[in-house]
Design a binder for this molecule. Structure first.
Ligand code: HEM
Ligand code: HEM
Ligand SMILES: [Fe+2]
Length: 446
């Protein structure tokens, strides 16, 4: 690392690892409940576990993005972070809001809006937290010596993500209106502005790891940003098919969302071609695996598996079934989980000065979690298609179908165990790296 203040990133990554571990515990609780072992029901009913699982996911990913920004922006802008103290205050308050929300969910202090369960009073704390974060990033960037395309795309993604949180805070008494704007947050995050964050981090990693010229890499970023906006904004329509809005959304949503995979395809091609063009000299092969892994897995999970159920004629059958969970897992993991793992793997040696990147555990962590998650995706997919057939073709009752599906969750739990072993090994390596220190400061970051 070149700037002392970049060390803040480490603690955001630490929070990431902690919340991810907790997320997995709730995943297992749900998977066992699906299998018929709902023993914790009295304390943690399924709906609570589900909200905790998905909200922890969002918080650890945001913590990862923030850590990435605190590392990347000082280096790209050639400027120390303007206030390290404030960054630590922001970290602690982020953790506090997350913990309060999660505890609250266990006592029915929540809103039943999938992914946006955080009650409105707590939303204001989120707003203050994010404003502090953005203030620090923006001032550091614009007071710095350089504003590179990579840092601008990353920052633009973060600013838009913050702005798009606001439509979800408006109060509506009408279910359709509420649903309409809820998707501005949920969809426009993952299929819009988060893609800019991903693109920014990916470009940064490719510049560092492949050694290809910045100009070449940043040209690709424009293509990705363009494709994302052209398809993703009106692609929101694929959530408007059956919520009570006009029929025109069937056509708009169908056409534009079918174009969305192009942005993910561009990212995959971008990463692979930069790798092939590059010198292949960078020693951190684990960071390289996660970087190429995220580009390819996100195309499969988000692009292809999203496309699989995005047309209204298909979505009419698959809507709200385990087919969604199939896509949700590989998309979130491939695009956002893996990019966070990539930046952590790249930065840890630079932050701590310990070069543990050719460890066998690191490689094993990558393969076990990737194959484990692919297995989980297949298990959810097979269960989902069976659910669609029995419930929506044969016409069996929801509850009866769930009993038929129990066996699929045995396979899911096996694959989830493999996935979690990979994550466990990754966290083991994370701990082994130890704390960041100033001795790791060097003139030119590797
Ligand atoms: C130990 C590993 C995991 C297990 C056993 C697990 C299991 C589950 C289960 C059973 C559900 C509920 C499905 C339903 O509604 O019936 C769920 C939901 C979900 N999980 Fe996981 N999960 C795990 C890890 C992850 C990871 C690592 C991610 C993201 C990177 C993730 C993202 C999600 C999302 C987004 C949903 C909501 C899906 C939807 O809206 O349909 N999970 N998970
Ligand atoms: C990284 C990007 C993506 C992530 C993280 C993601 C994740 C998710 C999640 C979690 C859901 C469930 C949301 C909810 O019900 O609250 C969902 C739904 C959906 N996604 Fe994606 N997605 C991504 C990209 C895409 C793309 C590119 C497409 C289309 C090509 C797509 C098509 C869909 C469709 C059609 C649904 C609605 C499923 C239903 O009717 O239940 N997604 N996605
Ligand atoms: Fe969407």
């Amino acid at each position: 690392m070149r700037y002392k203040s970049q060390k803040v990133a480490y603690w955001f990554f630490g929070l990431c690892m902690l919340l991810l571990s907790l997320q997995l515990v709730y995943g297992f609780i749900m998977a066992f409940a699906h299998m018929g072992f709902d023993n914790l029901h009295a304390i943690i009913p399924f709906n609570t576990a589900r909200a905790v699982h998905t909200n922890l996911l969002v918080v650890w990913l945001l913590s990862g993005f923030m850590g990435a920004a605190y590392y990347i922006i000082p280096e790209e802008a050639e400027n120390e972070l303007v206030s390290v103290k404030l960054a630590y205050v922001q970290l602690i308050s982020l953790a506090l809001v997350g913990v309060i929300a999660i505890i609250g969910y266990h006592f029915n202090y929540w809103e039943g809006r999938k992914f946006l369960e955080i009650p409105r009073p707590l939303d204001w704390l989120v707003v203050i937290n994010v404003l502090t974060f953005l203030g620090l990033i923006l001032v550091t960037l614009f007071k710095g010596k350089k504003q590179t395309t990579t840092s601008l795309v990353l920052t633009m993604g973060l600013v838009f993500a913050a702005l798009l949180y606001l439509p979800g805070m408006i109060w509506f008494d009408n279910q359709t209106m509420d649903s309409f704007f809820r998707w501005w947050v949920v969809h426009l995050w993952v299929e819009g502005v988060w893609e800019l964050i991903m693109g920014g981090i990916l470009a940064y990693l490719l510049i560092k790891i492949t050694g290809v010229d910045r100009e070449v890499i940043e040209k690709w970023l424009y293509v990705i940003v363009g494709l994302t906006f052209i398809s993703g904004i009106l692609g929101t329509g694929h959530h408007y098919y059956y919520i009570g809005v006009g029929k025109i959304w069937l056509i708009i949503g169908g056409i534009f969302s079918a174009l969305e995979p192009l942005a993910f395809l561009a990212m995959a091609l971008f990463a692979i071609s930069m790798y092939r063009k590059g010198e292949k000299k960078h020693p951190n092969k684990i960071a390289l695996s996660w970087t190429l892994g995220t580009a390819i897995t996100s195309f499969v999970g988000a692009g292809l598996l999203g496309l699989a159920h995005t047309l209204p004629q298909v979505n009419m059958y698959t809507h709200g079934t385990l087919v969604t969970a199939m896509h949700g897992h590989l998309a979130f993991w491939g695009a956002y989980g893996m990019i966070v793992f990539a930046i952590i793997s790249y930065t840890l040696p630079n932050l701590t000065g310990r070069k543990l990147y050719d460890s066998f555990t690191g490689l094993l962590a990558f393969w076990l979690s990737t194959i484990g998650m692919l297995g989980m995706t297949v298990a959810f997919g097979v269960a989902g298609v069976t659910q669609v057939y029995l419930e929506r073709k044969v016409g069996l009752e929801f509850g009866d179908v769930q009993t038929e599906l129990q066996v699929h969750f045995f396979i899911l739990i096996c694959c989830a165990t493999m996935f979690s072993t990979g994550i466990g090994l990754y966290i083991y390596d994370f701990i082994k790296y130890g704390r960041p220190n100033d001795e790791a400061l060097i003139e030119q970051s590797l």
